[in-house]
Design a protein around this ligand. Structure first.
Ligand SMILES: [Fe+2]
Ligand SMILES: [Fe+2]
Length: 171
């Protein structure tokens, strides 16, 4: 059984994952409008992944006798300045999510909720991968600079990059 405190913290994370999905969907629209097919597909996939992260938490809360909450969401930005700035925003957001997961792990340990602690390890590992992937992408973009031809190649390149897979199978 989840404590009230643990349940509230998990519901907060459900909201963060849902907002992550919305942020990446806005990024998909931004890059699709710029004609960057590979980048937009990457963002659509990332958005789907975040929804899976949200659902995994959602089901866990209900499974443990809590009630998963569907909250309102903050509207994400629609403009990002440039593709480079967009990926910088993505990286910063993933660092924020990692911090939020760390806070959850801390609460689970404080409350001696070892089931939730164990459940959260999947997210800890996932955040390491997502941060690493975002860093790799940023390194590539920094190499390209403002070169249009480079951006075209990058758009093709990113199609090969698989989005870090969530636990749920992608259809
Ligand atoms: Fe996530
Ligand atoms: Fe993420």
């Amino acid at each position: 059984m989840l404590s009230r405190n643990m349940q509230a913290a998990l519901n907060k994370q459900i909201r963060i994952e849902a907002e992550s999905s919305q942020i990446y969907l806005a990024m998909a629209s931004y890059s699709e409008n710029k004609g960057l097919e590979g980048v937009s597909q990457f963002m659509y996939d990332a958005s789907d992944e975040e929804r899976q992260h949200m659902l995994k938490l959602f089901k866990y809360v209900n499974e443990r006798g809590g009630q998963a909450h569907v909250s309102d969401l903050v509207e994400p930005a629609a403009e990002f300045g440039s593709i480079k700035e967009m990926f910088e925003t993505l990286f910063k957001h993933e660092v924020f999510v990692s911090q939020s997961i760390n806070d959850l792990v801390h609460i689970a340990l404080e409350e001696k909720d070892y089931a939730t602690h164990n459940f959260l390890q999947w997210y800890v590992a996932e955040q390491i991968e997502e941060e690493a992937q975002a860093r790799t992408i940023l390194d590539k973009i920094n190499l390209i600079g403002d070169d249009k031809g480079g951006l075209y190649l990058f758009d093709n390149d990113i199609k090969q990059l698989n989005v870090v897979s969530a636990a749920a199978p992608t259809v």
